[in-house]
Design a protein around this ligand. Structure first.
Ligand code: EPZ
Length: 428
C-alpha cells in the first residue's frame, strides 16, 4: 500500500484546479440506468470511487466510453458517454458495494427501469453504521416490494412504481437521490418532503430535467416529481467539488499561503466561507474561482457545528479540525451527522494536537506547532485532514493507507506539489 511523505513548513502559493464533485458524479452515473439513450457527463473527476461505479454499471449493462477531456464547458474533467440500451443484470454484488457504499444508488434506477433489483446491503464504514432504511421505506411507498435476505436487498415493483408523498423523518442525501431517480419514471406525482438540499442533489435534478424528467422545487426541502414514460439522453457538466474547494482553502490557510482555486463556485460554500471568515481566513471570489489566504496572519479558533446543507458540511469537519489545532484560542467542533467521525483525532493528537472529545463534540485547543509523525488514514476525509496537518507540522509526516485519499481527491500530490509543498508519494 502506498504512503505519502510530507515535510511541513512551506506556505502554499499558486493555483489549484478544482475537479468535478465526486458526490455529484456518483448519482449522475447511476442515472444512466434510467434511459436507453446516451448520457454524456463532463468534468468527471478521475477517482477510485468513479472507477468502482463504472465497474458496477458495466456489470449491469451500461456501455461506458471515455470521450476525452471536457474543454467546451470551461472544465477540465474527463468526458464519459454512458449508454444502457438494455439492463443486462439487476444484481449489485457485495464485493463492489462494500468498497463503495454509494453503489446503493443503483437501486432506485434499476427498480424504475426494469422493476427489479438485487443490491447488497452496503454495511457500515469507519464513520458510522450507515443504514439505508430511509431508501427502502421510500421505495416501498412508491410500490416496491422489499425483502432482505442473506445480506441483500431483493426489490421488485411488479406493478411498476406509483407516485407517493414521502416524508423523510430525518434528511438523507442518498435517500433523496435514490427516490428522486425512481420517482422520475413512476406513474403520477411524488413529493419528497424534508429532502436534503445539497448542491449535488440539485445537480442530479437538473440533469434529470435535461433528460426529460418533470421536477419542481429543486434546491428546496420539498421536491415534486411528475413521473414520465421514458427519459432520453443529455449532456451534463458536473458541478465543481465544494468539499475539495474547502479542503484546499484550508491548506492555503494552515500553511500561511495564498492559493487561487480555479473552477471553484463560491456560491456552494457559503457556510464554509462564514466560518473561515470568523477564523480570519479570507475567501475572495475571482473571475476564475476563489482565492484563499489568511487575513491578518493568525488563525482564530471558532466553534463549528456540522449540519445538512446549507450548514457547515460534515465532509469538511476533519479538515477544519486540523486547521484549528494550530489556531489561536480554542474551537468546539460538534459532529451532528455521523456517529463516529472523529477517527482523525487520535492521529492528530499523535502530531501534538490538543483535542478532547466529549461525545459528539471535540474541544480543540490551539498549539504553537505540530510535529510530523507516521499516521494512519482511516477514512477519506480523516486522511486529508492528516495531509493538512502534515503540511504545517515540523519535520516529516508519513501517511499510511493513502487508498482512502484516492477515493476522493484527484491528483492530490501533484496539486500540492505545484503549489510548493514538499510532498511525495512513496510506492511500496
Ligand atoms: C452522502 O452520504 C455523502 N456521500 C457523504 O460523503 C456525506 O458525508 C453525507 O451524504 C452527508 O452529507 C455521497 O454523496 C456519495 P446521508 P449518504 O444519507 O447519502 C443516516 C464523503 O466523504 N441515514 O445523508 O450516505 C446516516 O447514518 C462522504 O464524500 C439513516 O439513518 O449520507 C447518517 O447518520 C462520506 N438512514 C445521516 O443519515 C438512511 O437510510 C446522513 O446520511 C440513510 C441515512
Amino acid at each position: 500500500m502506498d504512503k505519502i511523505r510530507i515535510r511541513g513548513g512551506r506556505p502554499l502559493q499558486g493555483e489549484i484546479q478544482i475537479s468535478g464533485a465526486k458526490n455529484a458524479a456518483l448519482p449522475l452515473m447511476a442515472a444512466a440506468l434510467l434511459t436507453d439513450d446516451t448520457l454524456c457527463l463532463s468534468n468527471l473527476p478521475h477517482l477510485a470511487d468513479i472507477t468502482t461505479m463504472a465497474t458496477l454499471l458495466a456489470q449491469l449493462g451500461v456501455v461506458i466510453n471515455l470521450n476525452g477531456q471536457s474543454t467546451d464547458d470551461g472544465h477540465i474533467g474527463r468526458v464519459l458517454d454512458l449508454r444502457c440500451r438494455d439492463i443486462g443484470s439487476t444484481r449489485a454484488d457485495y464485493d463492489l458495494v462494500r468498497k463503495m457504499r454509494a453503489s446503493i444508488l443503483v437501486l432506485g434506477p434499476l427498480l424504475a427501469r426494469c422493476g427489479q433489483a438485487q443490491v447488497s446491503l452496503p454495511g457500515g464504514c469507519a464513520i458510522g453504521t450507515r443504514p439505508v432504511d430511509l431508501h427502502l421505506k421510500g421505495l416501498t411507498q412508491l410500490g416496491a416490494e422489499i425483502d432482505l435476505r442473506e445480506g441483500y436487498i431483493h426489490a421488485t415493483a411488479p406493478r411498476g412504481l406509483q407516485g407517493a408523498r414521502i416524508i423523510f423523518p430525518t434528511a438523507s442525501v442518498g435517500a433523496t437521490e435514490n427516490l428522486l431517480m425512481a420517482a422520475s419514471l413512476a406513474r403520477g406525482r411524488t413529493e419528497l418532503v424534508n429532502a436534503e438540499r445539497e448542491p449535488e442533489i440539485g445537480d442530479l435534478a437538473r440533469c434529470l430535467v435535461a433528460m426529460g424528467a418533470s421536477i419542481a422545487g429543486i434546491g428546496t426541502e420539498t421536491i415534486v416529481i411528475d413521473g414520465v414514460e421514458r427519459l432520453h439522453g443529455a449532456r451534463h457538466a458536473i458541478v465543481p467539488d465544494r468539499i475539495e474547494t474547502g479542503t484546499y482553502a484550508m491548506a492555503a490557510a494552515i500553511t500561511h499561503g495564498d492559493i487561487e482555486l480555479i473552477g471553484a463556485d463560491p456560491g456552494l460554500i457559503g457556510a464554509v466561507a462564514e466560518v473561515l471568515d470568523r477564523a480570519q481566513v479570507r475567501l475572495e471570489p475571482t473571475n476564475r474561482g476563489v482565492r484563499a489566504s489568511r487575513k491578518d496572519g493568525v488563525i482564530r479558533g471558532v466553534d463549528i457545528i456540522t449540519e445538512p446543507y446549507p450548514g457547515f458540511p460534515t465532509d469538511l469537519q476533519a479538515q477544519i479540525m486540523a486547521m484549528m489545532t494550530v489556531a489561536e484560542g480554542a474551537a468546539m467542533i460538534t459532529e451532528t451527522i455521523f456517529e463516529n467521525r472523529f477517527m482523525h483525532v487520535p492521529e492528530l493528537s499523535r502530531m501534538g494536537a490538543n483535542i478532547t472529545v466529549h461525545g459528539s463534540s471535540a474541544m480543540v485547543r490551539g498549539v504553537g506547532s505540530l510535529i510530523g509523525a507516521p499516521v494512519m488514514a482511516t477514512d477519506l476525509r480523516a486522511s486529508v485532514s492528516l495531509v493538512l496537518a502534515g503540511l504545517v507540522a515540523e519535520g516529516d509526516t508519513i501517511l499510511n493507507r493513502v487508498y482512502h485519499l484516492d477515493r476522493g481527491y484527484e491528483r492530490l500530490t501533484e496539486k500540492l506539489l505545484a503549489c510548493g509543498a514538499d510532498i511525495e508519494r512513496l510506492k511500496t
